[in-house]
Design a protein around this ligand. Structure first.
Ligand code: PLP
Length: 377
């Protein structure tokens, strides 16, 4: 059984405010598109949530389009209707790296610290007429924060639009749509303590989106289908809770994360913390030891009751090396070693002590410092 949940970048613990809002919304029967009182009650829940999600990133409700999550919002944003070519950073989430609805996508490299190379972006923008560029606010594996405001200035100077996948940002770092000067921004409910399966694409009001799903014309034509009212209400409540508690939560979490990293270095001084030279989210540590496979360590942690994840993506039973670490030029001894620990609003010192105790025990079995010999493959 999991005793220390430290995988908040995968999904957060549902906030009590979100749970209460979902329960209340489930009692409302109307379809938000219906004109009668029951429908209007459901519509009110939608619009209150839209206000709250907009406020989280400093925009008005009209700029928020609800979707089924971050993946759909990314796919909705990356459309040839908004640009004639697509550039994305090499460390994006797969839902952006795949290029959405573009047939081809070109990557912008990152530095060894995992930060987008703005000089390379500027070179790649030269000569383009209407580029669409997608750069995440912060990376989900390393937590490295990207220079999105600087990127926005370059993209706009080139006549293009910037989409920012901000899924990992709210509650952790400042995330203001207008301060960044983004044109489109993706949010996901379950990363901020709302329910899974709900997200939003924030877009400048004058931007005409090309819908992925056509039908009844909900979400002002941008996303058809009867809305997930309870999910949206939970998302709105989570957004409101994050906005109200942002500064306190981030300060508390970074103190725990720093204590965790100090403890890790005490136990295994050879540890590598990926992206440590860059500005990072306050809640994320991606670390590794030469030759120690992350998948093995994640299972060993699980047996100790500690939930963490590996940076490597696992699909169809095969573990592929992390594209993020590969883009950072990490050497082959460390490429499959990234163990991700991510904290959240409910994390406390007991969780940190528990993972450090587990690491002190299991690192002995996985790693011999003197000759870097791998014990468990
Ligand atoms: N973008 C980033 C950076 C993510 O970390 C994730 C989720 O892991 C997504 C997008 C996808 O969001 P969702 O799970 O809501 O589809």
């Amino acid at each position: 059984m999991t005793q220390a949940y430290l995988d908040w970048n995968a999904t957060g613990v549902l906030r009590p405010q979100a749970r209460a809002a979902i329960a209340a919304a489930l009692e409302v029967t109307g379809n938000p598109s219906s004109v009668h009182g029951a429908g209007r009650a459901a519509r009110r829940l939608m619009e209150e949530a839209r206000e709250r999600v907009g406020a989280l990133v400093g925009v008005s409700a009209q700029e928020v389009v609800f979707t089924s999550g971050g993946t759909e919002a990314n796919t909705l944003a990356l459309s040839p209707a908004l640009g004639d070519s697509l550039l994305v950073s090499a460390v994006e989430h797969p839902s952006v790296r795949g290029g959405g609805r573009f047939a081809t996508v070109e990557e912008i490299p990152v530095s060894a610290a995992g930060v987008v190379d703005l000089a390379a972006l500027e070179r790649k923008l030269a000569g383009r007429t209407r580029p669409l560029v997608s750069i995440m606010l912060a990376n989900n594996e390393t937590g490295v924060v990207q220079p999105v405001a600087e990127a926005a200035a370059l993209v706009h100077a080139a006549g293009g639009l910037l989409h920012v996948d901000a899924v990992q940002g709210p509650g952790r770092i400042a995330c203001d749509f207008n301060v960044i000067d983004a044109d489109l921004m993706t949010l996901s409910s379950h990363k901020i303590g709302g329910p899974q399966g709900v997200g939003a694409l924030v877009r400048r009001e004058n931007l005409q989106l090309e819908p992925l799903i056509k039908g009844g014309g909900q979400e002002r034509g941008a996303r058809s289908g009867t809305e997930n009212v309870a999910g949206v209400a939970g998302f709105g409540a989570a957004a409101e809770a994050v906005r109200a508690g942002f500064a306190d939560e981030a300060a508390r979490v970074v103190a725990l994360r720093d204590a965790f990293e100090a403890g890790l270095k005490d136990i295994t001084p050879e540890i590598v913390i990926f992206g440590a030279e860059a500005s990072r989210l306050p809640n994320t540590t991606l670390f590794g030891l030469p030759g120690v496979k992350a998948e093995t360590a994640v299972i060993a942690f699980d047996l100790e009751g500690v939930a963490v994840s590996s940076g490597a993506a696992c699909s169809s039973g095969k573990v592929a090396p992390s594209h993020v670490l590969a883009a950072m030029g990490v050497n082959s001894e460390l490429l499959n070693s990234g163990i991700r620990v991510s904290l959240g609003y409910a994390t406390d010192d007991n969780d940190v002590q528990m993972i450090l105790k587990a690491w002190a025990k299991l690192s002995k079995g996985l790693y011999r410092p003197r000759n870097h010999r791998v014990i468990a493959a």
